[in-house]
Design a protein around this ligand. Structure first.
Ligand code: SPD
Length: 337
């Protein structure tokens, strides 16, 4: 994808995380630990997937693998889907779990409804990343929404999700959705100022293709794309593992977003440390009080009938998501002034 100014987004190289995903199914089925060089399956326990990354050194959550369903290498990353024993099917990018069928609701519902329930009548929404379609599924519950753009860099993520996670990718069936395969930064550069009521950044971790989505120039572009009083919700990592990343995001967002800046979190058992957070920001304009939702999720079934009921989000958990443990509150509040 060529960005403005001629810079070319560099596809991810294997050496960057030091592992590859050439996993032999026989090794899994035979509980054979001969494939040690792969790093994923399974230098820790034979027949298990272990999530090893420099982003959470010294720990690795593991899931028992029943069957590997897909392995591929896109222009940007390694893509794998496996059937786990206890969490259903699992989507893995570059060795890191993106979603499981069992707990994806806790992430997709919160990253979507925390921002969309905080403003009245959101109409135009942009999703950056989120190629699995889960955020789209949640946006589609809001009947006020007239148009949803999604910009996902990796078409393989979209295709694999449609094939293996139909209950997640169901979001693509909504006729209000327009899919753009490309780089989120380049997409935002081309967006007229003040276009969106809400931008949701459903990124992977900040190593690899998502790195730019955690940096100040990106947040500046998001702020420009939002209308006055528009809202951003971006994946903002774990208070247990990544306070340094969260601090940087808070500092940058506080400088750029002149309305509210708040950190919220949710529990996702298969993400590192079992929790993940979101940074919610609003631009100068009509005030946004993220802690007190004003716009309930409606039971709109007209655009997309097969999405099923909400499993995780409700107005109580919305308010509770902004309650922080003391150690995190101290750091985040000191940086948000
Ligand atoms: N550590 C993994 C964080 C992944 C966040 N994005 C997940 C995408 C689900 N739609």
């Amino acid at each position: 994808m060529t960005e403005e100014g001629g810079a070319v987004k560099r596809p991810r190289e294997d050496e960057e995380n030091g592992v590859s995903v050439s996993v032999d199914m026989e090794d899994i089925n035979n509980n054979n630990n001969s494939n040690k060089e792969t790093g994923y399956i399974s230098s820790v326990i034979p027949g298990w997937f272990s999530e090893i990354s420099p982003m959470w050194p010294g720990e690795a959550h593991s899931l028992k693998v029943e069957k590997i369903l897909f392995q591929g290498k896109s222009e940007y990353q390694n893509v794998m889907v496996f059937q786990s024993s206890t969490y259903g099917k699992v989507l893995v990018l570059d060795g890191v779990i993106q979603l499981t069928e069992r707990d994806e609701c806790a992430y997709q519902e919160m990253i979507t409804h925390l921002p969309l329930c905080s403003i009245p009548n959101p109409k135009k929404v942009l999703v950056i990343g989120g190629g699995d379609g889960g955020v789209l599924r949640e946006v589609s519950r809001h009947s006020s929404v007239e148009h949803v753009d999604i910009c996902e860099i990796d078409k393989m993520v979209v295709d694999v999700s449609k094939q293996f996670f139909p209950d997640v990718a169901v979001g693509y069936e909504d006729p209000r959705v327009a899919l753009h395969i490309g780089d989120g930064v380049a997409f935002l550069k081309a967006v007229p100022a003040g276009t969106y009521d809400a931008v949701i950044v459903d990124s992977s971790d900040p190593i690899g293709p998502a790195q730019e989505l955690f940096e100040k120039p990106f947040f500046e572009l998001v702020a420009k794309a939002l209308r006055p009083g528009g809202v951003l919700c971006t994946q903002a990592e774990s208070i247990w593992l990544h306070m340094h990343i969260i601090e940087d995001i808070v500092v940058n967002c506080r400088q750029i977003f002149k309305g509210s800046v708040n950190y919220a979190w949710t529990t996702v058992p298969t993400y590192p440390s079992g929790v993940i957070g979101f940074m919610l920001c609003s631009t100068e304009g009509p005030a946004v009080d993220f802690k007190h939702p004003v716009n309930p999720v409606d039971a709109d079934e007209s655009h997309c009938k097969s999405k099923g009921p909400l499993k995780f989000y409700n107005k109580e958990i919305h308010a509770a998501a902004f309650c922080l443990p003391s150690f995190a509150k101290k750091v985040i509040e000191s940086k948000s002034k």
